[in-house]
Write a new protein. Structure first.
Length: 431
């Protein structure tokens, strides 16, 4: 019955856009274990809470009006622990820092905003380089923490009301796909139409440079999701790069921005965001709550997928209310953030780039979900760790929002889909 309904809806869909978010508030507890060891599991569960209505947060002052006076010494921030413990392995942190430094080879003295601070891109690079040098010294816990306090100042992110940041999760899904359209594989992924391109240099000085760190921004605002999928506005233009067999999973590929395609012959290929149609993102979970279809605690990715699979007749209604559409490219590369660096699971975060720059080094204190064997939440674990700000997302708006990258595949998707927590985040800047 469901399969028949999905088949009837195929002609309405033809496809799908960029981050939905959900549930859990945090107890801002501080770990006191040695660096790079695992924290104990909490027996409690996170308090379920509704994500605040979309807003851009407080207005940003002009960049020229900012100063470094908003930065603090470590001892001035009561929520910073005495020992900077980290719940993950050191190798993953070194990898995240090195990945971002590789993308910042051309970082210069141009100013960037970091909350209420103004710093330069080369200061971001210097901060990562200084931190990487400390990491490789393999210092004892107390000396490690003393060096962090001595060498860096801190900026506490947030909107000024308690300075907690709403964290959600994202990941790179694996989708069954075909290089050719068939009855089973009916939903296309499109490359960017050349006649709609607007190229803006964001990384390399020369747009002809084929280096992988160069990224271009594309906009095609004159086509909506409904026009592309229902009215097939881009059909028969040789823009299809692959077809997937599940419309709902395809939609969530648009939501995540990148993923892995697994073809019929078993081979795999990465697919990555290359641009959008420029429309703002509209979270369908919030729309479903407003229409009385889901309750506040049911709008995880898993909850939305379950509803749509049981009610396929509602798919076009909710997909098309989100006008935003994502275009892709095929690549052998690993998932990269908007800042050019390869993402590292649980070490890379996405923020609003009008507030926080790519290349920011940060320390997070909060909670994370613990999954059981069925990929359901079994509890929540207190944690603290260092992360690198490498990415952005259309739903990540304002100074008190962040998205944690969980990695690739179903288990990463389960953790990302359930994740919502209010954490503390402190950016580090080299003195």
């Amino acid at each position: 019955m469901v399969k028949d309904n999905l088949t009837r809806n195929k002609n309405l869909l033809r496809f799908l856009p960029v981050r939905i978010f959900w549930a859990g508030a945090v107890v801002a507890a501080i770990l006191s274990c040695v660096p790079f060891e695992t924290a104990p599991v909490s027996t409690g569960t996170a308090i379920q809470s509704k994500l605040p209505a979309e807003k851009t947060g407080p207005s940003k002052p002009p960049l020229t009006a900012l100063t470094l006076k908003a930065a603090y010494q470590a001892d001035d921030l009561e929520d910073l622990p005495k020992i900077f413990s980290d719940d993950l392995d050191k190798a993953s942190l070194i990898q995240a820092v090195e990945n971002q430094l590789a993308a910042m080879a051309d970082a210069g003295p141009d100013p960037v905003r970091l909350g209420k601070l103004v710093i330069t891109r080369d200061r971001l690079k210097e901060t990562l380089t200084e931190f990487l040098g400390l990491l490789k010294k393999d210092l004892p816990a107390e000396e490690w923490s003393r060096q962090i306090r001595d060498r860096f100042v801190f900026y506490e992110a947030g909107d000024g009301t308690g300075n907690t940041t709403v964290f959600t999760g994202y990941y790179a899904p694996v989708l069954k796909a075909s290089r050719f359209q068939t009855e089973e594989y009916a939903y296309p992924l499109y490359s960017m139409p050349e006649n709609l391109l607007k190229i803006v240099r964001v990384g390399r000085k020369d747009p002809s440079d084929a280096d992988k760190e160069y990224r271009a921004v594309y906009r095609a605002r004159n086509l909506t999701r409904e026009e592309i999928d229902a009215h097939q506005a881009l059909a028969n233009q040789n823009l299809e790069i692959a077809w997937v067999r599940d419309a709902i999973e395809g939609f969530f590929l648009h939501v995540q921005g990148s993923g892995i395609l697994e073809y019929v012959n078993g081979t795999r290929e990465s697919v990555q965001y290359v641009g959008s149609n420029g429309y703002p993102y509209a979270g369908i979970g919030r729309l479903m709550i407003e229409d009385g279809l889901l309750k506040k605690g049911e709008t995880s990715m898993q909850g939305i997928k379950k509803y749509l699979k049981n009610h396929p007749e509602d798919i076009p209604k909710y997909f098309f209310r989100n006008k935003r559409y994502i275009f892709f490219k095929l690549t052998d590369d690993l998932p990269r953030g908007s800042g050019g660096g390869v993402l590292v699971p649980n070490r890379s975060i996405a923020t609003d780039k009008s507030w926080y720059p790519a290349g920011g080094l940060a320390f997070v204190v909060g909670q994370k979900p613990v999954l059981d064997g069925a990929d359901e939440i079994a509890g929540w674990k207190k944690f603290s760790r260092f992360v690198v700000d490498q990415d952005t997302g259309a739903a990540i708006q304002g100074p008190a929002r962040a998205d944690l990258y969980f990695g690739t595949g179903d288990r990463a998707g389960a953790a990302a889909g359930y994740y919502m927590a209010r954490n503390k985040i402190f950016y580090l800047v080299k003195k």
